[in-house]
Design a protein around this ligand. Structure first.
Ligand SMILES: Nc1ncnc2c1ncn2[C@@H]1O[C@H](COP(=O)(O)OP(=O)(O)OP(=O)(O)O)[C@@H](O)[C@H]1O
Ligand SMILES: [Mg+2]
Length: 380
């Protein structure tokens, strides 16, 4: 399999970016209004107020910026904003707008009150971005006609519109752009119980039967991401249909995801290969990224950008100035016992496996430290 670049990521069942198959079904699975949208309580409540207030005033809603990891529902929410405002929506993306002229053409063709959804807004070109500042603030743009000393700026009035910008990297937005949004919603990863609701809802729409434990099993492996939950549900459905009576139970979900190599915590083959190398070959680290990548037989970038973010988020791996280090939870997760004196065993991490103050665990011999991370390399 090819993990070499970002485009390879969707080949993974646990990739957070949409693949071809997702695109085909996502439209059908998208919640249509705020009431149907699961989780993200804070963003949902705040947005509800913003939209209700705008409706009461009979005006257009303030510009909205949505930030968060792929697959958490930014596109879905932008469509909901338009639906709640009873407004049409125009969808485009930062990379599609390379020239200011492209943006001017879109803006000038908007209807009054229309929602303009600008996905990956952090990837817009500079000149387009500058044009957007004025458009957002004054509903006006200056279109430059001609070149050099003869160029003139022709002011163009725009209809009032609501810009909904989406980005996976809010930090990459220039402050002047960020400041022009009236409301910023930061989307968080979903709790397992919320993902269970997503799965039950999607199962209903896909006409699949799933019981409570079956949904919980899939939710636990979905990395906090509705898109992954929906994808795993579809794969488990296949298995249930071919190998069983079509009903998704805990047992069926577990068996199916074992076939697809997605483990109980949502790690796939690549994630486990990285952890396995770190633990078995380097005693838990610290080890440099390049060395680790060679051991896994992958590119440095693949390990760093594809596997590590989730491992770090899960508290299984830590990036330290001395190199990559496995946490206690990593040893537990792979069912391994840390060797004596390994640095990795002294790094507690925050994972559920990182208990280790009791003095009887495999990693707590010796030094009398009261908790993980207090001795050895990472001690005071
Ligand atoms: N809160 C939610 N409730 C139910 N389903 C959801 C929710 N959020 C997302 N989904 C489902 O997850 C899938 C992905 O959502 P969406 O396309 O909105 O993500 P995104 O944040 O725009 O991702 P990307 O950054 O890749 O564009 C959709 O099929 C949608 O139905
Ligand atoms: Mg999207």
């Amino acid at each position: 399999m090819n993990w070499d670049d970002a485009t390879a990521e969707p080949e993974r069942l646990v990739a957070s970016a949409a693949d071809h198959d997702d695109q085909a079904v996502e439209a059908a699975l998208r919640p249509k209004d705020l009431g149907e949208f699961i989780g993200q309580e804070r963003v949902r409540q705040q947005l509800d107020l913003v939209l209700k207030a705008a409706r009461q005033r009979g005006g257009t809603a303030d510009h909205v910026l949505l930030s968060g990891a792929p697959g958490l529902g930014k596109t879905t929410l932008s469509m909901i904003i338009a639906a709640e405002m009873g407004a049409p929506i125009r969808i485009t993306s930062g990379p599609a707008i390379q020239h200011a002229g492209d943006l001017a053409a879109i803006l000038s063709s908007l209807q009054e009150g229309e929602v303009l959804f600008l996905d990956e807004i952090h990837r817009m070109s500079r000149p387009a971005e500058e044009m957007l500042y004025m458009a957002m603030e004054d509903f006006r743009v200056d279109v430059i006609v001609g070149k050099g000393p003869g160029a003139t700026a022709i002011p163009l009035e725009l209809p009032a519109f609501t810009l909904v910008g989406a980005t996976t990297r809010a930090g990459l937005l220039p402050p002047p752009l960020r400041d022009r949004f009236g409301f910023t919603g930061h989307m968080e990863f979903y709790a397992p119980a919320e993902l269970e609701r997503v799965i039950h809802r999607s199962a209903g729409l896909l006409d699949v039967e799933v019981d409570l434990e079956g949904a919980a099993e899939i939710a636990g492996r979905s990395r906090g991401t509705p898109r992954i939950a929906n994808r795993l549900l579809r794969r488990v459905r296949d298995y249930a249909q071919v190998r069983a009576d079509g009903v998704i139970t805990q047992e069926i979900a577990g068996q199916a995801l074992e076939v697809y190599e997605v483990d109980a915590r949502g790690l796939d083959r690549l994630d486990r290969a990285v952890l396995h190398a770190l633990l078995k070959l380097f005693g838990g680290g610290p080890v440099g990224l390049s060395t680790l990548a060679v051991a896994v037989g992958e590119e440095r970038e693949t390990v760093e950008e594809v596997a590590e973010p989730f491992l770090v988020r899960e508290g299984l791996l830590a990036r330290t100035p001395r190199g990559r280090v496995a946490t206690r939870a990593a040893w537990t997760h792979l069912g391994l016992v840390p060797p004596q004196g390994a640095a990795g065993q002294l790094f507690g991490g925050q994972g559920p496996g990182g208990q280790g103050s009791g003095g009887h665990g495999p990693g707590s011999q010796g030094t009398g430290g009261t908790g993980p991370g207090q001795t050895g390399l990472f001690g005071p």
